[in-house]
Design a binder for this molecule. Structure first.
Ligand code: GLA
Length: 378
């Protein structure tokens, strides 16, 4: 739902005077998966699909929300210590609490929102929701928090109010995305660099397996715990600072599982940097090769794939696609594919047909345009 569809809904509920419109996008990630909470590098980009909200301070201490896509409403007081039960509304409640904790004088407000970031697809619909509200409340209540702090508001909302111990990638890129660019973020230092994304002769095809990816209560947190155990054993803060030699020395003291998880993360660190070098040379075949390696690691060592995602990647390989892998946290959701333009149509129709035959469900192609980060919509 875009701003034009949402405005009449806002007017119906709250009257139309004085509301402002904000949007924050979902994301793709070219490479660098499960590296963010290990202090490593990621290479995501914001997409055109956004969460859009009309918001207006109401002078009370009450928040009135209407989630138009879900047809659900929610009311809570700004200083309510518990907040709503529904996970969906806890994202907004958490943002309010985290902003308040950072000294922003958030008052009551009315909001109607909706979006087109596919839910449960691994494209960060929840980060889009958090970042849209964080950005908007910062603007409307003169918060003065910078983009990185707003990203932390979103991340801490996940940790404290939802229970997903995520890294910073999704919220960071939802706020700092730039049209036509991927952004390489060093999650340890917070430094970042934009990489123009104009793959001559190639396009990105995102395929949604329609296996619903859900990080809340998923083994996502277990993966993070494994990494933290290995880092603690190695005497480093995060795996970013663990060398291959250190990992090999520790091998006999670690469970096989923890060892494999850490091996994946160390490899992924190197792959992000290799992809950045390849991008500078315009070598997209190399970018694609690294993507396949990431998928192998995510599937065999990190174990966050599933039959459907492995099938989609194998189909891509069979069709001669340059690179393919799970995108995002895993456990369902999408694959991201780097496809030579002349192969694109054949790949899309092959994969559609074969997926339907194999699993009896349709996979969905999600269009990708690399867009801007959170903003006020004029
Ligand atoms: C989810 C999390 C991110 C990141 C990815 C995996 O999207 O929210 O912080 O860990 O999974 O790369």
């Amino acid at each position: 739902m875009d701003s034009k569809v949402l405005l009449p809904l806002f007017a119906q509920r709250f009257g139309c005077e004085g509301a402002a419109c904000y949007a924050a996008p979902g994301r793709i990630n070219l490479i660098g998966e499960h590296t963010d909470y290990n202090g490593g590098f990621v290479l995501p980009g914001a997409v055109g699909q956004c969460l859009t909200a009309w918001i207006r301070p109401n002078g009370s201490d009450q928040v009135n929300l209407y989630a138009a896509d879900l047809g659900m409403e929610c009311v809570f007081a700004i200083d309510d210590p518990q907040g709503p039960r529904s996970v969906h509304f806890r994202y907004v409640y958490g943002v309010v609490r985290e902003m308040t904790a950072r000294g922003v004088k958030v008052g009551g407000f009315d909001a109607v929102y909706g979006g087109d970031v596919p839910l449960g697809a691994g494209m960060s619909s929840s980060a889009a929701l958090e970042c849209c509200f964080a950005f908007a409340l910062n603007d409307l209540f003169r918060g003065n928090l910078d983009g990185m702090e707003l990203a932390r508001v979103g991340q801490m909302t996940e940790h404290r109010y939802v229970g997903t111990m995520c890294g910073i990638m999704d919220q960071f890129v939802s706020l700092h995305g730039r049209a036509g660019c991927l952004v390489r973020l060093d999650c340890r230092s917070g430094e970042y660099e934009y990489f123009p994304w104009k793959p001559e002769g190639y396009s990105l095809v995102v395929v949604n397996s329609c296996v619903r990816h859900e990080l809340v209560g998923s083994p996502y947190n277990d993966r993070r715990n494994s990494c933290e155990r290995v880092a603690a054993r190695a005497g480093v803060e995060t795996l970013r600072d663990c060398s291959w030699e250190q990992l090999e020395t520790l091998k006999t003291e670690l469970s096989d599982e923890d060892y494999s998880r850490a091996r994946y993360v160390l490899g992924e660190e190197e792959r992000v940097l290799a992809v950045c070098e390849a991008l500078k040379r315009g070598d997209y075949e190399e970018v694609g090769r690294q993507m396949y390696l990431t998928h192998e690691g995510l599937s065999k060592d990190y174990e966050v794939s599933c039959e459907e995602l492995d099938f989609l990647v194998e189909e891509a390989r069979r069709c001669g696609v340059a690179g393919s892998r799970i995108m995002g946290g895993g456990f369902g959701g999408c694959t991201i594919n780097l496809v030579r333009n002349e192969l694109r149509d054949a790949f899309v129709s092959e994969v559609r047909k074969n997926y339907r035959e194999r699993f009896g469900v349709e996979c969905k192609m999600i269009p990708v345009v690399i867009g801007d980060g959170a903003r006020r919509v004029q």
